[in-house]
Design a protein around this ligand. Structure first.
Ligand SMILES: Nc1ncnc2c1ncn2[C@@H]1O[C@H](COP(=O)(O)OP(=O)(O)OP(=O)(O)O)[C@@H](O)[C@H]1O
Ligand SMILES: O=P(O)(O)OC[C@H]1O[C@H](OP(=O)(O)OP(=O)(O)O)[C@H](O)[C@@H]1O
Ligand SMILES: O=C(O)c1cccnc1
Length: 488
């Protein structure tokens, strides 16, 4: 049976190896050694040209509540038999690190830091797992939602995924991420209460099955609700569902707001056209046609090409589970660590796979836009002490194929990583969810269409500054010559 603790928290929502490492650092006297870690992902989700950053608000809640409760300590003692002095250290633990991050709704790209944690080594290590858990999921769902929005045009998009989501938290934070990416409403009532997302709902087939008849069911619903959308596919969409929906709408007249009908099966291109015709002929040209059933950006695009007469799209499974790409794959890597004199030194993780070699040093990401049209030229990843805003002309080159380069003039450089926590204190005012959603919409408007197309989008430039690149090469050389001296 599950143990339910009155003081349960998310502090133990971490991998055991983090606590094991913290124990080593503590017992070796280096738990407070200054360190910097950065989060980034290596591949664009869904082969998309951009990703929509989401999850920061949940990260903020998590960090604010971070402390080991008495039952956390009791559990660690019992499960792992940690030494008492280490448990006392954990009991007194307070997060004193600093976090800089992209803000929610911002567009982010592979191979650039999207969040940075700096501070005592132990603090940085403890939060890795939860931060990745949050950002990996929410950024994925916000991106999927934006892809769906990009094919839906101005049609209404409703999130219907809770019943298929990977449990409670995924449903709740997933629907919030979907809203950021451009959805309009959710069927999840708790998400409405928690986040202020508009809620929306029609009714299920069980209502019709309860009455055993479309007419009786629609009538009962209409007698008890003002706003009515009738689900018309339980027995036969064209012969029973739609005619009975029209009949009830006509009988009830102004006593209801007949918003439309929902189709949940069958050939939706064919059915929606026939349904539209019937609604129009009956004098309901404003009644909308809702569609649901395993939809995603591909089916919506196909239905639009078939000139389907669908106004509102209800999307569940394929959105909330990120059906075609279940993980973003963001990682959390150490980029700098203090030496014995307390000086922060860049550090690298090498790999035979060039893609997996990290970029050392504490960094900033600059979004470079042209002053003339506000359009994005690419991202420029610099060391933290560089400021491209002061440059007249910015030389940008591909970090692997360095001969691919351009010089940008007349540009603005905007720092993407913003201060969120400074020495453990929240220094960022969380924006409203609608402001976050607007930010996403605005960012997409400033992106060239070549990066937004669904199929084979252009690869968005994420370039390293010369200083950052030189430092990386120097460290790689240094390590190679050190390793070469070792016997095999
Ligand atoms: N005209 C169309 N063009 C492309 N895809 C469509 C079209 N009409 C429906 N679809 C999609 O085809 C799939 C049909 O799935 P499925 O066979 O499970 O549905 P169904 O048999 O109509 O309904 P159900 O089994 O849920 O009662 C769904 O993903 C649906 O969104
Ligand atoms: O297909 P999705 O994108 O996941 O959208 C959500 C689905 O959930 C409902 O079906 P379900 O069969 O669960 O219940 P129902 O009896 O109300 O149709 C709804 O009718 C949609 O088909
Ligand atoms: O309101 C709806 O129509 C709805 C809600 C959740 C899942 N499917 C449909």
């Amino acid at each position: 049976m599950t143990n339910l603790y009155p003081d349960d928290s998310y502090t133990l929502h971490t991998d055991a190896y983090q606590i094991n490492m913290i124990q080593t650092y503590f017992q070796q006297g280096i738990a407070n050694k200054h360190a910097v870690f950065e989060v980034f992902f290596r591949d664009m989700p869904f082969h998309n040209g951009y990703a929509v950053y989401a999850g920061l608000e949940h990260v903020v809640h998590y960090i604010q509540k971070l402390h080991f409760s008495q039952t956390d300590i009791d559990y660690l003692r019992e499960a792992e038999n940690y030494p008492e002095e280490f448990l006392t250290y954990l009991k007194n633990f307070k997060f004193t690190g600093s976090i800089r991050s992209a803000v929610e709704g911002e567009l982010v790209y592979a191979h650039e830091p999207i969040l940075q944690v700096e501070g005592p080594l132990a603090d940085c290590q403890l939060v890795e797992t939860a931060i990745l858990n949050i950002l990996n999921y929410q950024t994925l769902i916000a991106t999927k939602a934006a892809r769906i929005r990009s094919v839906a045009g101005n049609d209404a998009l409703m999130e219907f995924g809770t019943r298929r989501a990977q449990e409670f938290d995924a449903a709740i934070w997933g629907t919030r991420a979907a809203y950021i990416g451009g959805f309009d409403a959710t069927s999840n009532v708790r998400a409405g209460k928690l986040f202020g997302i508009p809620i929306s709902g029609t009714h299920a087939h069980s209502l019709i099955q309860t009455y055993g008849d479309d007419y009786q069911a629609f009538k009962a619903y209409a007698e008890t609700h003002h706003d009515c959308v009738f689900l018309v596919d339980t027995y036969d969409t064209l012969r029973s569902g739609v005619p009975n929906a029209i009949k009830v709408a006509q009988e009830m007249g102004d006593r209801i707001n007949f918003q439309g009908v929902r189709i949940d099966s069958g050939d939706m291109a064919y059915l929606s056209k026939r349904v539209r015709q019937k609604l129009d002929e009956a004098g309901f040209p404003d009644a909308k046609i809702y569609a649901s059933n395993d939809l995603d950006e591909k089916t919506i695009q196909s239905l639009k090409m078939q000139d389907a007469k669908i106004d509102v799209w209800g999307i569940g499974t394929k959105l909330i589970t990120a059906f075609d790409q279940p993980a973003l794959g963001a990682v959390y890597k150490m980029v700098a660590i203090a030496d014995d004199e307390g000086q922060l030194k860049p550090t690298i993780k090498l790999s035979n796979n060039a893609e997996k070699v990290t970029t050392p040093g504490k960094k900033q990401v600059w979004r470079i836009t042209k002053k003339t049209d506000g359009k994005t030229e690419g991202d420029y990843v610099s060391l933290v002490d560089e400021d491209p805003q002061n440059e007249e002309a910015l030389y940008m080159f591909h970090p692997s194929y360095t001969y691919i380069s351009k010089t940008v003039t007349d540009f603005n450089a905007r720092p993407i990583l913003q201060p969120i926590f400074a020495d453990g204190k929240l220094v960022y005012k969380l924006p409203s969810l609608s402001a976050v959603r607007d930010r996403c919409r605005g960012a997409l408007a400033n992106l060239w269409p070549e990066y937004k197309r669904d199929l084979n989008p252009q690869k968005y430039p994420v370039d390293l500054s010369q200083k950052c690149w030189d430092q990386k090469m120097a460290i790689i050389k240094q390590i190679h010559s050190y390793v070469q001296k070792m016997p095999e």
